[in-house]
Ligand binder design. Structure first.
Ligand code: AR6
Length: 174
C-alpha cells in the first residue's frame, strides 16, 4: 500500500502542491475547513470560485465532484474544492464520499501536483461518524492510481486516532 502521512494540524498551514477543501455545492465559502481556507488563502480563491460558478458549474458543484482553483496566499499551488455528502442514517452515501477523494486525486494528477493534503471530508458539519469517514478516506486513497504523496491534516486527537486505526486495518481490507 502507498505510504499515507497523518498530521495533527490545521490544514491551512501544510505545505503541499494541492490542499483539498471540504466545500459545499455553492463553492462560495462556509465554516470549518472551508472558512479557514478562504480566510487564510485570501479573496483570490473566492474570486476563482465565483468564476467557476459562472462558467463550468452554474448550478453548483455536485457532491462527489472536485474542481481546482488558485491557492491564493496558502503555502500551496492549488486548492482542490470537493463537496462531500451530508451523512444520512437512511441512505448509504459512502460511494459519494469515496468519489470526493477519488475525484480530488484525479484532479491533482491532471494538474501535475506531486503532493496532496486532505481534511476528513464530511466528518464535521456534514455529520459523518469519524470511524466510517476515516475508513472510506484511507481505503479510497490507498486504491487510487495517483502517484504523488498524500497526507491527511486532522484537527483533533480523536480524529487522528480514527485515521491511525483505519490505516492499521487497511492492509487487512485490501
Ligand atoms: N484544518 C483541518 N481540519 C479542520 C479544520 C482545519 N482548519 N477545521 C475543521 N477541521 P468540516 P464537512 C476538521 O465541517 O463536514 C463548511 O461549512 C473538522 O473538525 O470543515 O465536509 C462547508 O462550507 C472535521 O473533522 O467539513 C460545508 O457547508 C473535518 O475537518 C460544510 O462545512 C471536516 O469538517 C462541509 O462539512
Amino acid at each position: 500500500m502507498r505510504p499515507i502521512e497523518l498530521l495533527r494540524t490545521d490544514i491551512t498551514t501544510v505545505e503541499a502542491d494541492a490542499v483539498v477543501n471540504a466545500a459545499n455545492s455553492s463553492l462560495l465559502g462556509g465554516g470549518g475547513v472551508d472558512g479557514a481556507i478562504h480566510r487564510r488563502g485570501g479573496p483570490e480563491i473566492l474570486a476563482a470560485c465565483r468564476e467557476l460558478r459562472r462558467t463550468d458549474w452554474p448550478d453548483g458543484l455536485p457532491a462527489g465532484e472536485a474542481v481546482a482553483t488558485t491557492a491564493g496566499r496558502l503555502p500551496a499551488r492549488w486548492v482542490i474544492h470537493t463537496v462531500g455528502p451530508v451523512f444520512s442514517e437512511r441512505e448509504d452515501r459512502s460511494a459519494v464520499l469515496a468519489s470526493s477523494y477519488r475525484r480530488s486525486l484525479e484532479v491533482a494528477g491532471a494538474l501535475g501536483a506531486s503532493s496532496v493534503v486532505f481534511p476528513a471530508i464530511s466528518a464535521g458539519v456534514y455529520g459523518w461518524p469519524a470511524a466510517g469517514a476515516a475508513r472510506i478516506a484511507v481505503d479510497t486513497v490507498a486504491a487510487s492510481p495517483y502517484e504523488g504523496r498524500v497526507s491527511f491534516a486532522l484537527f483533533s486527537d480523536e480524529m487522528l486516532d480514527e485515521f491511525r486505526a483505519a490505516l492499521r486495518g487497511a492492509g487487512d481490507r485490501t
